[in-house]
Structures are given as structure tokens and as C-alpha cells.
Design a protein around this ligand. Structure first.
Ligand SMILES: NC(=O)c1ccc[n+]([C@@H]2O[C@H](COP(=O)([O-])OP(=O)(O)OC[C@H]3O[C@@H](n4cnc5c(N)ncnc54)[C@H](O)[C@@H]3O)[C@@H](O)[C@H]2O)c1
Length: 261
């Protein structure tokens, strides 16, 4: 066990994983727990959150699971209330949930636009609304998970994903500036091409050799010759959560192996 987050309480949203393997939220929850934090593992899918709980408990960590839809105000309020009731404080919030629905400006429906912005953006607003009052006395760290899709065009049409993540970047700056004096730091991680189970769900109907070929192409597209892993995302989050970075706030930390250079 490390001590970089000793005695801290961290909420991690989307702490489960879509399918088998290691998603960004699960790896982050595990790494935070390994560094001494008590974890509140939040997910829409309770089974997925429970798998993260089992993984953390197997390593001797302290964790509870909460089933919640972070786009719903009452669910987010309940997450905050349960965290404070169970652990007495909130030090770190890792806003990891993000979804995408395909569509360009013409084909995107209003319903899809509203859903993507509710899950990717309003959820973070709600979390800040209810959790910040519990952080103001001691300070803390808020980490938002964005994407390089927030700063550049991509050939895959995910219009509402791009706009919601771009707004998340600026929400990060606004929160960072407003709460700097209270020592609540707020930073955003922009992930590049990551090889997570979620990405592989795009190709679930393809034969395995075809999937392997696509993964090789994705790897080759990245300057380092490989996609990022959930652990690459988790280590950036740990850095931003820890007290080592007391003077970093409002920053965009790009974790893309040089993809956007
Ligand atoms: N995987 C990538 O290549 C990549 C690239 C850039 C950015 N990101 C970002 O990383 C984050 C996590 O990505 P991932 O691929 O590990 O995720 P994932 O699809 O595995 O999702 C993690 C969990 O979030 C949960 N979830 C979804 N909607 C929810 C909701 N409304 N309320 C509560 N939980 C909900 C899912 O049930 C799932 O268990 C997202 O914000 C995503 O946009 C991922």
C-alpha cells in the first residue's frame, strides 16, 4: 500500500467497466485505493461497480459501491450524502463518466444531444453543486475526464461528445478559478486513443482477427506505437489527486502519447 492518498475519501464515477477488462474509472479507483484512499465506486451498473469493489477489497482496500445515474440530480445528491454519512468527508472527486452517441450536426437528434450533455456535463455540475460545500473547509481535488476530441476535429462524427467535452474543459477552469482560494483544485484530463473494453465494444460483432487488425492500426496511429491503457489514465488522475500538486489548478493534462502534437 502506498500513502499518496492516505486518509482521503474519493468518489469515482463510472468506476465499473463496460465489459470485461479494465476501464479508466476502474483502474483509477483501484490505484487511488492502493494509495490509501477510501473509495466510493459509483456506476449505473451495480454489477460493474461490485466487480471494482471485489478487486479493491482483494487488495485490502476500503470501498463501497453506489448504483446511480450521474445525470440525475437526485442520484448525485444521494452519492454525496451517502459518502459523507459513511466516511465523514470528501477529498477527491473523479468525474470519469462519459458517453458518446454517433451523429453529425444534422443527424444528431435533440434527444441524443440532451442525453450526452446531461451525462457528460450536467453530471459534473451536479457533483460540484452538492459536493463542493463539503470540501470548502479543507480543500480537495476535482478531476474531470475529457478527451482530445474536445480540442480537435475527428473523422468519426460524435458531434455532441465533442461539444460536451469541450464545455467540460472550460467548466474546469471556471471552478478552478472560483475555488482556488479555498484550495479546491480542479483539473481536466484529456485522453487520447485508449484501448479500453468500451472501445472494443464498437467491434464486438467482428471476428477476432479483424478486431486484432483494427487494434494494430489504432496502435500504429499513435506516435508511441501503442494506444493508452486505463492505467495511463489512472496514473495521471493519481498525480492530480495527490497533495504533491498543490499549485496546479485549471490545467488541461493531455494523456495521449503525443497524438495531438
Ligand atoms: N476509452 C477511450 O478511448 C477514451 C478516450 C477519451 C476519453 N475517454 C473518456 O474516459 C471516460 C471513461 O471511459 P471508459 O472507456 O473507461 O468508460 P466505460 O464505457 O467503460 O464506462 C465506465 C462506466 O461508466 C458507467 N456509466 C455510463 N453512464 C453512466 C451514468 N449515467 N451514470 C453512472 N455511470 C455511468 C458505465 O456503466 C461503465 O461501467 C469517459 O469520460 C470517456 O469519454 C475514453
Amino acid at each position: 500500500m502506498g500513502t499518496r492518498l492516505k486518509d482521503k475519501v474519493a468518489i469515482v464515477t463510472g468506476a465499473g467497466t463496460s465489459g470485461e477488462g479494465m476501464g479508466n474509472g476502474k483502474a483509477t479507483a483501484m490505484l487511488f485505493a492502493r494509495e490509501g484512499a477510501s473509495i466510493v465506486a459509483v456506476d449505473l451498473n451495480l454489477d460493474a461497480a461490485q466487480q471494482t469493489v471485489h478487486a479493491i477489497e482483494a487488495e485490502g482496500g476500503r470501498v463501497i459501491a453506489i448504483a446511480a445515474d450521474v445525470s440525475r440530480s437526485e442520484d448525485v445528491r444521494a452519492i454525496v450524502d451517502q459518502t459523507v454519512t459513511r466516511f465523514g468527508r470528501i477529498d477527491v472527486i473523479h468525474n470519469n463518466v462519459g458517453i458518446e452517441i454517433a451523429g453529425d450536426p444534422v443527424s444528431t437528434t435533440e434527444e441524443d444531444w440532451d442525453r450526452v450533455h446531461a451525462v457528460n456535463l450536467k453530471s459534473v455540475f451536479m457533483m460540484c453543486k452538492y459536493a463542493i460545500p463539503h470540501m470548502e473547509a479543507r480543500g480537495g481535488a476535482i478531476i474531470n475526464v475529457s478527451s482530445v476530441a474536445s480540442i480537435r476535429w475527428s473523422p468519426v462524427p460524435y458531434f455532441s461528445y465533442h461539444t460536451s467535452k469541450a464545455a467540460l474543459n472550460h467548466m474546469t477552469r471556471v471552478i478552478a478559478r472560483q475555488y482556488a482560494a479555498k484550495k479546491i483544485r480542479c483539473n481536466v484530463i484529456l485522453l487520447g486513443m485508449m484501448d479500453t473494453p468500451h472501445i472494443r465494444t464498437y467491434y464486438r460483432d467482428l471476428p477476432s482477427d479483424e478486431v486484432a487488425k483494427i487494434m494494430r492500426q489504432r496502435d500504429a496511429h499513435c506516435p508511441m506505437g501503442r494506444q493508452g491503457t486505463a492505467w495511463d489514465a489512472a496514473h495521471a488522475a493519481l498525480f492530480l489527486a495527490s497533495d504533491e500538486v498543490q499549485y496546479i489548478t485549471g490545467a488541461e493534462v493531455v494523456v495521449d502519447g503525443g497524438l495531438t502534437l
